[in-house]
Design a binder for this molecule. Structure first.
Ligand SMILES: [Zn+2]
Length: 230
């Protein structure tokens, strides 16, 4: 509770210092995230697509194990910078800002539904050791605390993602299918789960997670990211 209060104070302070900075130093532009423009593909959230049957991304990588995937912002500019610095450099002070953007996405796309839990995309243990934390888990925790939704850190990876670069598209899809598993002791029967990730590209990572959750008994699965790449 105290953490929530401090987080709100920090967000207020950050917002106002940016506004003051822009007032006194008008040449310094405050970087704002770029919102995705509708229409969005109803399935994968890609910009400029009304129907998933004609969406090139859904054509290539679907059908999906999740109902929909959405992100509020393009993974460009300040959004990309923040994701990159958090997830690749381990700069955890980007977390509150990314959580703000994630929460905006939640209000836009997911707040209408009573989710049983948020499920972060897991990070390979080697990468987690290098970084010191899993960015998606921390984002899920912040969103869960603000929206009062439990977080289920119930997935784990069974292989590193680095092999992906050398694979063809169908091989990558297969690889993602077997890259995630549900940890022992988690009962997901009939659960409504929202997968939380930092960035959506093709949706294949989310697809791998959704397949694992589906096999674990989850009934309704969707995906929320902070940013969406082209
Ligand atoms: Zn699509």
């Amino acid at each position: 509770m105290a953490l929530e209060k401090w987080e709100k104070r920090l967000a207020w302070f950050r917002r106002h210092t940016e506004e003051l900075g822009a007032l006194f130093f008008p040449t310094v532009r405050v970087a704002h995230p770029l919102a995705l423009q509708s229409p969005l593909c109803p399935s994968c959230g890609k910009e400029g697509v009304k129907n998933p049957r004609v969406c090139p991304n859904c054509q290539q990588h679907g059908p999906w194990a999740f109902l929909w995937a959405r992100a509020p912002y393009r993974a460009q500019g300040v959004v990309w910078e923040a994701i990159h610095r958090l997830s690749h450099r381990g700069e955890s002070f980007w977390l509150p800002r990314l959580a703000d953007w994630l929460e905006e996405g939640f209000r836009l796309f997911a707040a209408f539904f009573p989710w049983d839990a948020l499920v972060p995309v897991p990070l390979h243990p080697v990468r987690r050791r290098e970084l010191g934390f899993n960015p998606c888990l921390e984002l899920a925790r912040m969103l869960g605390m603000r929206q009062r939704i439990p977080v289920l850190n119930c997935l784990y990876t069974v292989r590193a993602g680095s092999s992906q670069k050398t694979l063809t598209a169908p091989e990558r899809a297969m690889d993602h299918d077997c890259a995630f598993r549900v940890k022992r002791g988690f009962d997901l029967q009939a659960q409504s789960l929202l997968i939380i990730t930092d960035v959506l590209v093709t949706g294949l990572t989310a697809q791998g997670c959704a397949r694992a959750l589906q096999q674990g008994g989850a009934e309704r699965i969707a995906v929320l990211a902070v940013g969406r790449a082209e």
